[in-house]
Design a protein. Structure first.
Length: 429
């Protein structure tokens, strides 16, 4: 068990969170609510806000959104800290998408700045630390292994000489060895996976490591989607623009659904965006397994050009010599306030993976899949409830996938004729 203290936010300074707006009524608890709403939505993140916004704009429906947290935006929530930097409370978020529908939708609520994310890894294969691109590319193997690769054909040949032949890999290790070979697996994937999941790659589904590409070209971008950008005024502003000025949408924060369940107004339809196993916790079934994160913040005034601590926004540490998985330096983001960009100081966040706290990553293995199928069957029979989003689906979604899932689920509910009051459950997938 990986643990970094009982208080999951002990490593972050949350004493100042500026730069965002809110309505005072959001903090009135159960006071001043109507007797009923067309929709009661649990969760003010991507899925909840999309449902409320679309229900209002397309159907004129009234929604009540509740969230146990003290902010909207879910895990996308960001703010200006006491040093003047825009940071994310739940870890760095990078928007990228190939879905035109999603790109058009998010542009309704924010101006965007082009930004192509590049991740570096600080790797030691026996002759000292070297900084290399992640995912592995030609530069990665040339720097680490003096491979002398200059073309895609060279790179493919280098990989083929090391890849293990396995047409049906059964776990993460077999998947990585068939794609990368032993050298890259040991240097980049093996120990990082152990730190991230607290399981060795052979204990995880093959799909976990299959998500990370090994490139044969010189493209050092982390993502290859056609749309890659940052919101000019941060992610929280997107959600403010989605719901804040809409008279059909009521918000209450610091309200725990499970604690207030019997006191909530009547709902034509309940939209649940939390963990599906939490919804059924009272029935005594085991919990689904998640990995969580801890962040430890440090302020520095480096004697470097621009006052940067490291050369990139995200520097991964794939080896076993340190416990943290990566260091994020938000000063590199181009949507920082002008004063932050010009500051001589900087803030960094060392990121640790752990097994308790906010649920970030579903752990994909046969036992969890089997348990989720049981919850899925129960949810399909739940009257008047629609389960939407990554936690309800027990799947990891990138931001754009979460937006698309919510938009498509809303279309499904609307297209099925499920006006509030009808009793039939759809499960988001």
């Amino acid at each position: 068990m990986t643990s970094h203290g009982a208080d999951e936010w002990a490593g972050m300074d949350l004493s100042v969170r500026r730069g965002n707006d809110h309505d005072p009524s959001w903090f009135k608890g159960m006071e001043g609510l109507e007797e009923s709403y067309d929709m009661v939505i649990i969760g003010a993140g991507i899925s909840g806000c999309v449902f409320a916004e679309r229900a209002s704009k397309e159907l004129g429906l009234k929604s009540l959104i509740i969230d146990k947290r003290d902010h909207i935006g879910g895990n996308c929530y960001d703010f200006i800290n006491k040093h003047g930097f825009r940071v994310s409370q739940y870890g760095v978020h990078l928007f990228h998408t190939k879905f035109e529908r999603v790109w058009e939708y998010v542009n309704r609520f924010s101006e965007w700045m082009p930004y192509e994310h590049r991740v570096k890894g600080k790797v030691d294969v026996g002759d000292g630390y070297k900084i290399v691109p992640i995912p592995p590319s030609q530069e990665t193997i040339n720097t680490l292994f003096n491979a002398g690769v200059h073309t895609e054909e060279d790179m493919e040949a280098w990989l083929n000489a090391r890849r293990e032949v396995n047409e049906n890999p059964q776990n993460g290790e077999e998947s990585a060895l068939t794609r990368a070979g032993k050298e890259l697996y040991e240097a980049i994937f093996k120990y990082y996976t152990k730190k991230q999941w607290d399981k060795w790659p052979e204990e995880l589904d093959a799909s976990v490591l299959a998500r990370i590409p090994v490139r044969t070209n010189t493209d050092d971008r982390y993502f290859s989607d056609p749309h890659q950008a940052l919101p000019k005024d941060g992610y929280t502003r997107i959600f403010e623009n989605m719901i804040m000025a809409d008279p059909n949408i009521t918000v209450r924060l610091n309200v725990d659904f499970f604690a207030q369940r019997d006191k909530l107004p009547k709902a034509g339809l309940t939209i649940f965006t939390g963990p599906i196993d939490a919804y059924y916790a009272s029935q005594g079934l085991p919990q689904l397994e998640y990995r969580s994160l801890r962040f430890f913040e440090e302020y520095h005034e480096p004697a470097t050009e621009g006052g940067f601590y490291q050369e990139c926004l995200q520097l991964n540490y794939p080896g076993p010599e340190v416990d943290f998985t990566r260091i994020v330096e938000y000063k590199h983001k181009p949507n920082q306030p002008k004063a932050a960009r010009e500051s001589k100081g900087t803030v960094i966040f060392k990121e640790y993976s752990c097994d308790h706290g906010e649920p970030y990553y579903p752990v994909p293995n046969p036992a969890n899949h089997e348990l989720y199928v049981k919850y899925q069957a129960m949810a399909s029979k739940e009257p008047g409830v629609c389960f939407v989003g990554r936690l309800a689906s027990y799947k990891y979604f990138n931001m754009d996938q979460a937006f698309l899932n919510a938009l498509e689920m809303f279309d499904e509910v609307k297209g099925s004729g499920r006006v509030p009051g009808q009793e039939r459950t759809e499960l988001g997938e």
